[in-house]
Design a protein around this ligand. Sequence first.
Ligand code: GDP
Length: 420
Amino acid sequence: MSEERHQNLAIIGHVDHGKSTLVGRLLYETGSVPEHVIEQHKEEAEEKGKGGFEFAYVMDNLAEERERGVTIDIAHQEFSTDEYEFTIVDCPGHRDFVKNMITGASQADNAVLVCAADDGVQPQTREHVFLARTLGIDELIIGINKMDLVDYEEGRYREAVDEVTELLKQVQFNPDDAKFIPISAFEGDNVADDSDNTPWYDGPNLLEALNDLPAPSPPTDADLRLPIQDVYTISGIGTVPVGRVETGMLNTGDNVSFQPSDVSGEVKTIEMHHEEVPEAGPGDNVGFNVRGIGKDDIRRGDVCGPADDPPSVAETFQAQIVVMQHPSVITAGYTPVFHAHTAQVACTIESIDKKIDPSTGETAEEEPDFIQSGDAAVVTVRPQKPLSIEPSSEIEELGSFAIRDMGQTIAAGKVLSVQE
Ligand code: GDP
Protein backbone atom coordinates (compact mmCIF):
# COMPACT_ATOMS: atom_id res chain seq x y z
CA MET A 1 0.00 0.00 0.00
CA SER A 2 1.20 3.49 -0.76
CA GLU A 3 -0.33 4.92 2.42
CA GLU A 4 2.98 4.94 4.24
CA ARG A 5 4.46 7.28 1.71
CA HIS A 6 1.68 9.77 1.77
CA GLN A 7 1.62 12.96 3.82
CA ASN A 8 -1.08 15.56 4.24
CA LEU A 9 0.63 18.89 4.59
CA ALA A 10 -0.89 22.08 5.95
CA ILE A 11 0.56 25.45 5.00
CA ILE A 12 -0.18 27.79 7.87
CA GLY A 13 0.65 31.35 8.84
CA HIS A 14 -0.63 34.92 8.97
CA VAL A 15 -2.52 36.35 6.01
CA ASP A 16 -0.23 37.81 3.31
CA HIS A 17 2.88 36.10 4.64
CA GLY A 18 3.05 34.03 1.44
CA LYS A 19 1.19 30.74 1.91
CA SER A 20 -0.45 30.69 -1.54
CA THR A 21 2.76 31.82 -3.18
CA LEU A 22 4.64 29.01 -1.48
CA VAL A 23 2.07 26.44 -2.57
CA GLY A 24 2.41 27.70 -6.15
CA ARG A 25 6.19 27.59 -5.88
CA LEU A 26 6.19 24.02 -4.54
CA LEU A 27 3.89 22.83 -7.33
CA TYR A 28 5.94 24.68 -9.93
CA GLU A 29 9.34 23.43 -8.75
CA THR A 30 8.18 19.82 -8.52
CA GLY A 31 6.49 19.87 -11.93
CA SER A 32 3.08 19.32 -10.36
CA VAL A 33 1.08 22.19 -11.76
CA PRO A 34 -2.32 20.83 -12.79
CA GLU A 35 -2.49 19.71 -16.42
CA HIS A 36 -5.34 22.03 -17.36
CA VAL A 37 -3.40 25.04 -16.10
CA ILE A 38 -0.49 24.08 -18.35
CA GLU A 39 -2.83 23.49 -21.29
CA GLN A 40 -4.50 26.82 -20.78
CA HIS A 41 -1.16 28.53 -20.58
CA LYS A 42 0.04 26.91 -23.82
CA GLU A 43 -3.07 28.11 -25.63
CA GLU A 44 -2.72 31.64 -24.36
CA ALA A 45 1.01 31.70 -25.05
CA GLU A 46 0.42 30.55 -28.62
CA GLU A 47 -2.26 33.19 -29.15
CA LYS A 48 0.11 35.87 -27.96
CA GLY A 49 3.05 34.30 -29.76
CA LYS A 50 4.97 33.79 -26.53
CA GLY A 51 6.65 30.67 -25.17
CA GLY A 52 7.94 29.78 -21.73
CA PHE A 53 6.24 28.85 -18.56
CA GLU A 54 6.59 31.49 -15.94
CA PHE A 55 6.04 31.17 -12.24
CA ALA A 56 3.99 34.37 -12.14
CA TYR A 57 1.66 32.86 -14.71
CA VAL A 58 1.15 29.76 -12.61
CA MET A 59 0.31 31.92 -9.63
CA ASP A 60 -2.31 33.86 -11.57
CA ASN A 61 -3.94 30.66 -12.69
CA LEU A 62 -3.94 29.06 -9.28
CA ALA A 63 -5.45 32.23 -7.83
CA GLU A 64 -8.19 32.17 -10.47
CA GLU A 65 -8.79 28.50 -9.77
CA ARG A 66 -9.29 29.29 -6.16
CA GLU A 67 -11.71 32.10 -6.87
CA ARG A 68 -13.72 29.88 -9.14
CA GLY A 69 -13.50 26.86 -6.87
CA VAL A 70 -16.15 28.06 -4.49
CA THR A 71 -17.58 24.60 -4.09
CA ILE A 72 -14.26 23.01 -3.24
CA ASP A 73 -13.54 23.33 0.42
CA ILE A 74 -10.03 22.06 0.27
CA ALA A 75 -8.06 22.61 -2.88
CA HIS A 76 -6.24 19.33 -3.15
CA GLN A 77 -2.88 19.94 -4.67
CA GLU A 78 -0.22 17.32 -4.81
CA PHE A 79 3.50 17.08 -5.33
CA SER A 80 6.15 14.46 -4.70
CA THR A 81 9.61 14.32 -3.22
CA ASP A 82 11.81 11.20 -3.32
CA GLU A 83 10.23 9.94 -0.10
CA TYR A 84 6.64 11.12 -0.13
CA GLU A 85 3.59 12.13 -2.03
CA PHE A 86 2.33 15.30 -0.40
CA THR A 87 -1.24 16.49 -0.53
CA ILE A 88 -1.43 20.13 0.39
CA VAL A 89 -4.31 20.91 2.63
CA ASP A 90 -4.26 24.40 1.20
CA CYS A 91 -5.74 26.84 3.59
CA PRO A 92 -5.20 30.38 2.43
CA GLY A 93 -8.22 31.71 4.31
CA HIS A 94 -7.91 31.95 8.03
CA ARG A 95 -11.32 30.49 8.84
CA ASP A 96 -11.04 27.77 6.24
CA PHE A 97 -7.83 26.64 7.82
CA VAL A 98 -9.49 25.98 11.12
CA LYS A 99 -12.49 24.25 9.62
CA ASN A 100 -10.43 22.17 7.24
CA MET A 101 -7.96 21.13 9.86
CA ILE A 102 -10.78 19.67 11.87
CA THR A 103 -13.49 18.45 9.56
CA GLY A 104 -11.52 18.37 6.33
CA ALA A 105 -11.51 15.29 4.18
CA SER A 106 -7.88 14.99 5.08
CA GLN A 107 -6.18 15.97 8.24
CA ALA A 108 -2.68 17.33 8.22
CA ASP A 109 0.17 15.08 9.33
CA ASN A 110 2.69 17.90 9.29
CA ALA A 111 2.75 21.62 8.66
CA VAL A 112 4.86 24.33 7.14
CA LEU A 113 4.52 27.60 9.01
CA VAL A 114 5.14 30.60 6.79
CA CYS A 115 6.34 33.70 8.62
CA ALA A 116 7.40 36.79 6.69
CA ALA A 117 10.86 38.04 7.65
CA ASP A 118 9.75 41.68 7.35
CA ASP A 119 6.65 41.25 9.50
CA GLY A 120 7.52 38.61 12.12
CA VAL A 121 5.02 36.85 14.36
CA GLN A 122 1.47 38.19 13.87
CA PRO A 123 -1.89 37.25 15.48
CA GLN A 124 -2.71 34.47 13.02
CA THR A 125 0.83 33.08 13.30
CA ARG A 126 0.08 32.70 16.98
CA GLU A 127 -3.35 31.23 16.50
CA HIS A 128 -2.34 28.74 13.82
CA VAL A 129 0.59 27.48 15.86
CA PHE A 130 -1.68 27.03 18.86
CA LEU A 131 -4.24 25.17 16.76
CA ALA A 132 -1.59 23.04 15.10
CA ARG A 133 -0.46 21.97 18.53
CA THR A 134 -4.02 21.42 19.80
CA LEU A 135 -4.77 19.28 16.79
CA GLY A 136 -1.74 17.08 17.16
CA ILE A 137 0.84 18.25 14.64
CA ASP A 138 4.21 17.18 16.02
CA GLU A 139 6.70 18.48 13.49
CA LEU A 140 6.85 21.98 12.08
CA ILE A 141 8.95 23.32 9.26
CA ILE A 142 9.16 27.08 9.50
CA GLY A 143 9.83 29.03 6.33
CA ILE A 144 11.02 32.51 7.19
CA ASN A 145 9.67 33.98 3.97
CA LYS A 146 10.23 37.11 1.89
CA MET A 147 13.96 37.06 2.60
CA ASP A 148 14.35 39.04 -0.63
CA LEU A 149 12.53 41.94 1.04
CA VAL A 150 15.12 42.14 3.84
CA ASP A 151 18.10 41.86 1.48
CA TYR A 152 18.79 38.30 2.62
CA GLU A 153 20.26 39.66 5.87
CA GLU A 154 21.15 36.99 8.39
CA GLY A 155 20.36 39.39 11.25
CA ARG A 156 16.75 39.83 10.09
CA TYR A 157 16.41 36.07 9.71
CA ARG A 158 17.67 35.49 13.27
CA GLU A 159 15.22 38.05 14.67
CA ALA A 160 12.31 36.26 13.04
CA VAL A 161 13.61 32.86 14.20
CA ASP A 162 13.85 34.15 17.77
CA GLU A 163 10.29 35.49 17.67
CA VAL A 164 8.89 32.20 16.39
CA THR A 165 10.98 30.18 18.86
CA GLU A 166 9.53 32.27 21.68
CA LEU A 167 6.02 31.54 20.39
CA LEU A 168 6.72 27.80 20.16
CA LYS A 169 7.91 27.77 23.76
CA GLN A 170 4.77 29.60 24.85
CA VAL A 171 2.53 26.92 23.41
CA GLN A 172 4.86 24.20 24.74
CA PHE A 173 5.90 23.07 21.32
CA ASN A 174 9.40 21.66 21.52
CA PRO A 175 11.61 23.92 19.34
CA ASP A 176 13.79 20.83 18.69
CA ASP A 177 10.90 19.49 16.59
CA ALA A 178 10.99 22.60 14.43
CA LYS A 179 13.23 23.33 11.44
CA PHE A 180 13.83 26.91 10.33
CA ILE A 181 14.67 27.77 6.73
CA PRO A 182 15.22 31.25 5.20
CA ILE A 183 13.19 31.29 1.97
CA SER A 184 11.65 33.47 -0.66
CA ALA A 185 8.56 31.81 -2.07
CA PHE A 186 8.41 34.45 -4.75
CA GLU A 187 12.04 34.26 -5.89
CA GLY A 188 12.42 30.58 -5.13
CA ASP A 189 15.34 30.84 -2.68
CA ASN A 190 15.99 27.64 -0.66
CA VAL A 191 12.74 26.05 -1.82
CA ALA A 192 13.99 23.44 -4.31
CA ASP A 193 17.64 24.56 -4.52
CA ASP A 194 20.17 25.96 -2.08
CA SER A 195 20.27 29.70 -2.63
CA ASP A 196 23.45 31.69 -3.27
CA ASN A 197 21.71 34.64 -1.63
CA THR A 198 21.99 33.08 1.84
CA PRO A 199 25.64 31.95 2.09
CA TRP A 200 25.35 32.12 5.90
CA TYR A 201 22.75 29.30 5.90
CA ASP A 202 23.96 25.72 5.51
CA GLY A 203 20.81 23.76 6.47
CA PRO A 204 18.45 21.89 4.15
CA ASN A 205 16.25 23.61 1.60
CA LEU A 206 12.49 23.26 1.95
CA LEU A 207 12.05 20.23 -0.29
CA GLU A 208 14.91 18.46 1.51
CA ALA A 209 13.31 19.23 4.87
CA LEU A 210 9.96 17.91 3.63
CA ASN A 211 11.67 14.80 2.36
CA ASP A 212 13.26 14.26 5.79
CA LEU A 213 9.98 14.40 7.74
CA PRO A 214 9.26 11.23 9.71
CA ALA A 215 6.72 8.97 8.03
CA PRO A 216 3.26 9.22 9.58
CA SER A 217 2.55 5.93 11.30
CA PRO A 218 0.06 4.11 9.10
CA PRO A 219 -3.05 3.50 11.18
CA THR A 220 -3.49 -0.01 9.74
CA ASP A 221 -2.77 -1.68 13.09
CA ALA A 222 -5.53 0.20 14.86
CA ASP A 223 -9.11 -1.05 15.06
CA LEU A 224 -11.27 -0.50 12.00
CA ARG A 225 -13.08 2.84 11.99
CA LEU A 226 -15.11 3.67 8.91
CA PRO A 227 -17.55 6.59 9.18
CA ILE A 228 -20.49 6.08 6.84
CA GLN A 229 -21.09 8.86 4.30
CA ASP A 230 -24.08 7.39 2.46
CA VAL A 231 -26.16 4.26 2.24
CA TYR A 232 -27.29 2.98 -1.17
CA THR A 233 -29.46 0.15 -2.39
CA ILE A 234 -27.93 -1.49 -5.44
CA SER A 235 -29.91 -4.10 -7.34
CA GLY A 236 -28.27 -7.50 -7.34
CA ILE A 237 -26.14 -6.58 -4.32
CA GLY A 238 -28.43 -5.07 -1.71
CA THR A 239 -27.57 -2.44 0.88
CA VAL A 240 -24.24 -0.72 0.25
CA PRO A 241 -22.88 1.71 2.84
CA VAL A 242 -20.05 3.86 1.52
CA GLY A 243 -17.34 5.76 3.31
CA ARG A 244 -13.64 6.19 3.83
CA VAL A 245 -11.61 3.86 6.02
CA GLU A 246 -9.99 6.12 8.63
CA THR A 247 -8.07 3.49 10.59
CA GLY A 248 -7.61 -0.27 10.53
CA MET A 249 -8.50 -2.77 7.84
CA LEU A 250 -11.83 -3.87 6.38
CA ASN A 251 -11.76 -7.50 5.15
CA THR A 252 -14.40 -9.65 3.55
CA GLY A 253 -15.61 -12.16 6.12
CA ASP A 254 -15.13 -9.70 9.01
CA ASN A 255 -17.91 -9.31 11.51
CA VAL A 256 -18.61 -5.58 11.74
CA SER A 257 -20.80 -3.36 13.87
CA PHE A 258 -22.40 0.00 13.02
CA GLN A 259 -22.73 2.50 15.86
CA PRO A 260 -24.84 4.20 17.12
CA SER A 261 -27.40 2.29 14.98
CA ASP A 262 -26.22 -0.81 16.84
CA VAL A 263 -26.49 -3.47 14.14
CA SER A 264 -23.88 -5.94 13.02
CA GLY A 265 -23.20 -8.52 10.33
CA GLU A 266 -20.61 -10.16 8.12
CA VAL A 267 -18.89 -8.29 5.28
CA LYS A 268 -19.76 -10.06 2.03
CA THR A 269 -18.13 -7.87 -0.62
CA ILE A 270 -15.98 -4.73 -0.77
CA GLU A 271 -15.77 -2.50 -3.81
CA MET A 272 -13.22 0.20 -4.53
CA HIS A 273 -12.98 2.21 -7.77
CA HIS A 274 -15.67 -0.07 -9.28
CA GLU A 275 -13.67 -3.19 -8.62
CA GLU A 276 -14.19 -5.88 -6.06
CA VAL A 277 -11.32 -6.11 -3.56
CA PRO A 278 -10.71 -8.50 -0.65
CA GLU A 279 -9.65 -5.76 1.78
CA ALA A 280 -9.37 -2.00 2.22
CA GLY A 281 -7.14 0.14 4.44
CA PRO A 282 -6.77 3.71 5.72
CA GLY A 283 -7.59 6.34 3.12
CA ASP A 284 -9.52 3.93 0.87
CA ASN A 285 -12.99 5.01 -0.24
CA VAL A 286 -15.15 1.92 -0.32
CA GLY A 287 -18.65 0.64 -0.83
CA PHE A 288 -19.37 -2.65 0.87
CA ASN A 289 -22.16 -5.05 1.53
CA VAL A 290 -22.99 -6.61 4.87
CA ARG A 291 -25.10 -9.74 5.21
CA GLY A 292 -28.57 -9.14 6.57
CA ILE A 293 -28.41 -5.34 6.90
CA GLY A 294 -31.16 -3.30 5.26
CA LYS A 295 -31.09 0.29 4.02
CA ASP A 296 -33.03 1.58 7.01
CA ASP A 297 -30.90 -0.20 9.60
CA ILE A 298 -27.95 2.17 9.22
CA ARG A 299 -27.39 5.81 8.27
CA ARG A 300 -24.87 8.53 7.49
CA GLY A 301 -22.97 9.36 10.66
CA ASP A 302 -22.73 5.74 11.81
CA VAL A 303 -19.23 4.45 12.37
CA CYS A 304 -18.40 0.91 11.28
CA GLY A 305 -15.92 -1.04 13.43
CA PRO A 306 -15.18 -4.60 14.55
CA ALA A 307 -18.21 -6.32 16.12
CA ASP A 308 -16.11 -7.48 19.07
CA ASP A 309 -14.75 -3.97 19.76
CA PRO A 310 -17.38 -1.59 18.39
CA PRO A 311 -16.98 2.20 18.13
CA SER A 312 -18.05 3.90 21.35
CA VAL A 313 -21.27 5.86 21.67
CA ALA A 314 -20.98 8.87 23.95
CA GLU A 315 -23.50 9.62 26.69
CA THR A 316 -21.33 12.63 27.44
CA PHE A 317 -17.79 13.56 26.51
CA GLN A 318 -15.16 15.98 27.68
CA ALA A 319 -13.41 18.04 25.02
CA GLN A 320 -10.95 20.83 24.55
CA ILE A 321 -12.35 23.54 22.29
CA VAL A 322 -11.13 26.77 20.78
CA VAL A 323 -13.75 29.45 20.10
CA MET A 324 -13.00 31.01 16.74
CA GLN A 325 -15.85 33.42 16.23
CA HIS A 326 -19.03 33.85 18.18
CA PRO A 327 -21.04 37.07 18.14
CA SER A 328 -21.68 37.00 21.87
CA VAL A 329 -20.73 34.61 24.65
CA ILE A 330 -21.06 30.86 25.14
CA THR A 331 -22.55 29.71 28.43
CA ALA A 332 -23.53 26.30 29.83
CA GLY A 333 -26.72 25.06 28.14
CA TYR A 334 -25.72 26.27 24.67
CA THR A 335 -26.73 23.67 22.04
CA PRO A 336 -25.09 24.14 18.63
CA VAL A 337 -24.49 21.46 15.99
CA PHE A 338 -21.34 19.39 16.28
CA HIS A 339 -19.76 18.10 13.08
CA ALA A 340 -17.64 15.04 13.80
CA HIS A 341 -16.51 12.76 10.94
CA THR A 342 -19.71 12.26 8.89
CA ALA A 343 -22.10 12.93 11.77
CA GLN A 344 -23.94 16.17 12.53
CA VAL A 345 -25.59 16.13 15.91
CA ALA A 346 -26.95 18.88 18.16
CA CYS A 347 -25.02 18.75 21.43
CA THR A 348 -25.44 20.69 24.65
CA ILE A 349 -22.42 22.19 26.32
CA GLU A 350 -23.39 21.07 29.83
CA SER A 351 -20.57 22.72 31.68
CA ILE A 352 -17.55 24.86 31.01
CA ASP A 353 -15.01 23.13 33.21
CA LYS A 354 -12.04 25.42 32.79
CA LYS A 355 -10.61 28.11 30.60
CA ILE A 356 -7.15 27.59 29.13
CA ASP A 357 -4.61 30.26 28.30
CA PRO A 358 -4.21 29.89 24.51
CA SER A 359 -0.58 30.96 24.60
CA THR A 360 0.56 28.65 27.41
CA GLY A 361 -1.97 25.82 27.41
CA GLU A 362 -2.31 26.20 31.18
CA THR A 363 -5.52 26.57 33.18
CA ALA A 364 -6.52 30.22 33.29
CA GLU A 365 -9.80 29.94 35.22
CA GLU A 366 -11.80 27.09 36.77
CA GLU A 367 -15.51 26.93 35.86
CA PRO A 368 -15.82 30.32 34.11
CA ASP A 369 -19.35 31.71 33.64
CA PHE A 370 -18.82 32.07 29.90
CA ILE A 371 -16.30 31.84 27.08
CA GLN A 372 -16.03 33.95 23.94
CA SER A 373 -14.11 34.35 20.69
CA GLY A 374 -10.43 33.68 21.16
CA ASP A 375 -10.92 31.54 24.27
CA ALA A 376 -9.82 27.95 24.68
CA ALA A 377 -11.61 25.78 27.22
CA VAL A 378 -12.33 22.29 28.47
CA VAL A 379 -16.08 21.57 28.31
CA THR A 380 -18.43 18.67 29.05
CA VAL A 381 -20.79 17.91 26.19
CA ARG A 382 -24.04 15.92 25.99
CA PRO A 383 -25.15 14.84 22.48
CA GLN A 384 -28.92 15.23 22.00
CA LYS A 385 -28.98 12.12 19.81
CA PRO A 386 -26.65 9.12 19.93
CA LEU A 387 -23.21 10.03 18.58
CA SER A 388 -20.25 7.76 17.99
CA ILE A 389 -17.08 9.63 18.88
CA GLU A 390 -13.70 8.68 20.37
CA PRO A 391 -10.94 10.33 22.39
CA SER A 392 -8.54 11.85 19.90
CA SER A 393 -5.61 10.37 21.81
CA GLU A 394 -6.90 6.92 20.88
CA ILE A 395 -8.24 7.48 17.38
CA GLU A 396 -7.28 10.93 16.18
CA GLU A 397 -9.42 10.69 13.05
CA LEU A 398 -12.58 10.23 15.13
CA GLY A 399 -11.79 12.60 17.95
CA SER A 400 -11.94 15.97 16.21
CA PHE A 401 -14.99 18.09 15.57
CA ALA A 402 -16.16 21.52 14.50
CA ILE A 403 -19.02 23.36 16.16
CA ARG A 404 -21.32 25.22 13.82
CA ASP A 405 -24.10 27.66 14.43
CA MET A 406 -25.68 30.50 12.45
CA GLY A 407 -24.17 29.14 9.25
CA GLN A 408 -20.57 29.36 10.35
CA THR A 409 -17.91 27.45 12.20
CA ILE A 410 -17.75 29.00 15.62
CA ALA A 411 -15.40 26.61 17.38
CA ALA A 412 -13.25 23.54 16.92
CA GLY A 413 -12.06 20.89 19.27
CA LYS A 414 -10.73 17.52 20.26
CA VAL A 415 -12.33 14.85 22.41
CA LEU A 416 -10.41 14.20 25.63
CA SER A 417 -12.55 11.43 27.11
CA VAL A 418 -15.84 9.67 26.49
CA GLN A 419 -18.40 8.52 29.07
CA GLU A 420 -20.49 5.77 27.47
P1 GDP B 1 -1.11 34.35 1.87
O1 GDP B 1 -2.20 35.28 2.25
O2 GDP B 1 -0.31 33.93 3.07
O3 GDP B 1 -1.52 33.19 1.02
O4 GDP B 1 -0.06 35.23 1.02
P2 GDP B 1 0.16 35.31 -0.56
O5 GDP B 1 0.88 34.11 -1.04
O6 GDP B 1 -1.12 35.68 -1.21
O7 GDP B 1 1.20 36.51 -0.63
C1 GDP B 1 0.85 37.82 -0.23
C2 GDP B 1 1.69 38.83 -1.00
O8 GDP B 1 3.08 38.65 -0.68
C3 GDP B 1 1.59 38.65 -2.51
O9 GDP B 1 1.61 39.93 -3.09
C4 GDP B 1 2.84 37.89 -2.87
O10 GDP B 1 3.28 38.15 -4.18
C5 GDP B 1 3.83 38.42 -1.86
N1 GDP B 1 4.88 37.44 -1.55
C6 GDP B 1 4.73 36.14 -1.17
N2 GDP B 1 5.92 35.56 -0.97
C7 GDP B 1 6.86 36.50 -1.23
C8 GDP B 1 8.29 36.52 -1.21
O11 GDP B 1 8.96 35.53 -0.93
N3 GDP B 1 8.89 37.71 -1.53
C9 GDP B 1 8.19 38.82 -1.88
N4 GDP B 1 8.87 39.91 -2.18
N5 GDP B 1 6.84 38.84 -1.91
C10 GDP B 1 6.19 37.70 -1.59
